[in-house]
Design a protein around this ligand. Structure first.
Ligand code: ZN
Length: 89
């Protein structure tokens, strides 16, 4: 794993694994249920692209509503997903 690998997202004040971000966004009707069948890591980018959100500029959106990228270098070994409680790393 590289330090700049995207391994999780922060959303609504909590860290989430990629699958739980997709589940949360489906529950909010921000993604289609078909997103479960695709690449979970890519789904938030597709959503951002469709809504003209620049996820690389974290000051341009509210990470309470829009998943913010969490790089491997930002995640601690003890961090667990706020939704499924599994270890992120
Ligand atoms: Zn999770």
């Amino acid at each position: 794993m590289n330090a700049d690998d995207i391994i999780a997202h922060t959303l609504a004040g909590d860290i989430h694994c990629p699958l739980c971000v997709v589940q949360t966004m489906i529950a909010r009707r921000e993604l289609s249920p078909a997103a479960r069948d695709g690449d979970a890591a890519a789904a938030p980018d597709q959503h951002a692209g469709a809504n003209a959100i620049d996820r690389d500029d974290e000051r341009s959106f509210d990470s309470w509503d829009i998943p913010n990228i969490a790089f491997a270098s930002e995640v601690q070994d003890s961090d667990v997903c706020g939704a499924c409680a599994e270890l992120i790393i």
